[in-house]
Ligand binder design. Structure first.
Ligand SMILES: *Cc1c(COP(=O)(O)O)cnc(C)c1O
Length: 213
């Protein structure tokens, strides 16, 4: 069996032993479709990309042929790219400012298509990272109610440290202040810990597709 498919099956097995609610987003950024194809043929449905242009080139045709594939934008989204995002992306994980919320709200009316959204939380309060800061979170969450957005959960990219569990637990605490069901957290190095801490989507790239060059 193909390596990539093997990896997916193994990770799925590990995850389902911990948390049956955790789904794998196979992060295919930088890889050409030729490399990703075995995962598609295997029937995997959730894929993640971090650049709008790259995703559009790679996935537009495939998604037309295979309507059950769900594409997740996991990278930063500039407001001027929103129009290229819909209906390409079914999920957007990087909502972190009100201008973007407004832009998505307008675009989804134009396109008659509502993507599912995650609010990205800057869980380590790092200057260089995107996401809503912890001190602004509650205010931001409240403001998003002014728009008819389909916000389903919270997403984080924790600081680059050995043990990220502390941050996953912190995300669960923040989630409790909302009525959002989903948590997008955990990558190749820490997806098991994330699943242990109620992640509903883990975003896994290199552990499935190999190292990116
Ligand atoms: C690239 C990326 C991932 C996947 O990273 P791996 O370590 O290869 O699993 C997950 N989330 C985001 C936001 C990414 O940019």
């Amino acid at each position: 069996m193909h390596n990539i498919v093997n990896n997916l099956i193994l990770i799925n097995k590990e995850l389902s032993a911990i948390n049956t609610n955790t789904k794998i987003i196979a992060v295919s950024k930088t890889f050409p479709i030729k490399h990703i194809q075995p995962a598609i043929d295997h029937g995997h449905l959730h894929f993640g990309e971090n650049k709008v242009q790259e995703a559009s080139e790679k996935w537009t045709e495939i998604k037309e042929k295979n309507k059950s594939i769900k594409l997740h934008l996991i990278g930063k989204l500039q407001t001027n790219k929103v129009k290229f995002c819909l209906p390409l992306f079914d999920f957007i994980h990087s909502l972190d400012n009100i201008k973007l919320a407004e832009k998505i709200a307008n675009e989804q009316i134009k396109k008659n298509y509502k993507p599912k959204l995650f609010i990205q939380v800057n869980i380590g309060d790092e200057d260089q990272k995107s996401g809503v800061s912890l001190s602004e979170f509650e205010n931001f969450y409240k403001k998003t109610e002014d728009f008819e957005l389909d916000i389903i959960g919270l997403m984080c990219i924790p600081p680059f440290v050995e043990d990220t569990e502390y941050y996953f637990k912190k995300m669960v605490e923040i989630q409790k202040k909302t009525n959002l069901k989903e948590l997008s957290m955990g990558m190749s190095n820490d997806y098991l810990s994330a699943a242990n801490n109620s992640a509903t989507y883990v975003r896994i790239g290199s552990k499935i597709f190999g190292e990116r060059s």
